[in-house]
Design a protein around this ligand. Structure first.
Ligand code: ADP
Ligand code: MG
Length: 383
């Protein structure tokens, strides 16, 4: 603190002034304070009831956090219903608005569980488990939905030059992801697992709707695509139930149904891959209606050994966690597309990833590179 004559003089002046004020002044000040407090309370009540706009309504929904706080505050009396459930190995939260929202959300969760039952390789009776069990043997008849997903995945593999490959199963297993003890595998085991990864060895028969893995030990893992499809299905069920405004958040896979209840777009913040809290965001806030915003990140599932981070998205060529990006975000009409593309461009990294997106219509993306730098595709909203 600097001490000089002036400071002391000012303090004295103030003291002097205070002493000179009479009791009448003090009452007046008290009255003004009371009046201001009454005004603040009245404004707050009006904002909660929606009669006044909220100054903080620009806050954002953050993937993983489950929603838009502004909408929550403003519309808490407008038949809003929010529910979270653990499924597909992640917390899924659905918030929907309108009469019948609760029943609609219940039906949407049922639908997601149905999709999980078809597509998870950890459900022994699922389509995918049956295909995996028959690797190297006969083709297996699968549901139309599973077949469609397998075809889509094959398309994405072609498009990404093999960066996206659903036959990654043996590598995921070698690293112990999906178990309680992920670990760095020994070289030999990893080489064996990586040799089994080959999307070209998946035989799909579009007439018989069968799938076949050519080599024993191969296995399909739809972890990079199934949540996306489940999100699309949940959105469809919500719409069938008459819901026009909803937000589905499946651990970074966000599907926006319509707009917010007041007609404004949903605001989605993209998680900062190196943020200290899941609510730390990076890049522009994305404003969307009827869109999916999906982020794949190396922070979703990982373990540290020494100073290295080992995570769950692998380069199919090496069997090692992909190192070109910290996160990749894709915005698309369907969350199925956004999900597989975000995994693909995560593996490809900013340069190759953007080249791939530029060849596609109706999608936009952002990659946070290994250096933390953001790269955007043309048409990325908010830029
Ligand atoms: P998250 O599941 O965290 O949302 P992703 O959508 O990127 O992230 O999917 C990652 C999952 O996809 C992994 O857990 C694994 O099951 C599978 N996977 C890992 N690497 C690949 C890859 N190169 N191609 C396709 N699927 C992959
Ligand atoms: Mg994905």
């Amino acid at each position: 603190m600097r001490e000089n004559g002036r400071g002391v003089r000012f303090a004295l002046k103030w003291e002097y002034g205070r002493r000179r004020r009479g009791k009448g002044h003090r009452r007046l000040i008290l009255l003004v304070i009371l009046l201001l407090a009454a005004l603040v309370v009245a404004a707050y009540v009006l904002m909660r009831s929606g009669m006044l706009p909220q100054p903080w309504s620009a806050t954002r929904a953050v993937p993983g956090e489950g929603g838009d706080k502004a909408a929550e505050a403003r519309t808490s009396q407008q038949d809003e219903y929010v529910e979270s459930q653990f499924l597909m190995n992640t917390y899924v939260s659905i918030r929907a608005f309108g009469a019948g929202a609760q029943a609609a959300v219940g039906a949407a969760f049922d639908e997601m569980r149905r999709v999980e039952g078809l597509m998870s390789r950890f459900v022994p009776t699922s389509d995918i488990s049956r295909v995996n069990q028959a690797a190297g043997a006969d083709p297996v008849r699968v549901s139309d939905e599973t077949f469609m997903l397998l075809e889509k995945a094959q398309e994405c593999s072609q498009l990404s030059g093999g960066a996206f490959d659903i036959t990654i199963g043996p590598v995921v297993d070698a690293w112990g992801f999906g178990t309680d003890s992920p670990h760095v595998p020994d070289q030999g085991a990893l080489a064996k697992a990586t040799a089994l990864v080959n999307f070209r060895a998946v035989g799909l028969d579009p007439v018989a709707k069968t799938a076949r893995l050519a080599v024993p030990g191969m296995s399909i893992d739809l972890g990079g695509i199934a949540k996306g499809y489940a999100g699309d299905r949940a959105a469809a069920v919500l719409r069938e139930h008459g819901v026009e405004h909803a937000l589905i958040d499946a651990g970074g896979n966000i599907v926006a149904v319509g707009t917010r209840p007041d007609g404004s777009p949903w605001h989605i913040g993209i998680r900062d891959p190196r943020g200290t809290s899941p609510t730390d965001t990076i890049g522009p806030v994305v404003e969307v209606r009827d869109r999916a915003v999906v982020t794949s990140g190396d922070y979703e599932r990982f373990f540290m050994e020494g100073r290295r981070r080992y995570h769950h998205i692998f380069d199919p060529k090496t069997g090692m966690p992909a190192t070109r990006a910290e996160s990749a975000t894709v915005i698309a009409r369907d969350s199925l597309d956004a999900d597989m593309l975000s995994t693909a461009i995560f593996v490809l990294g900013p340069v190759e990833g953007m080249k791939m997106l530029e060849r596609l219509d109706g999608v936009a993306g952002m990659v946070v590179g290994a250096d933390g730098k953001m790269t955007f595709s043309p048409g990325y909203p908010g830029r």
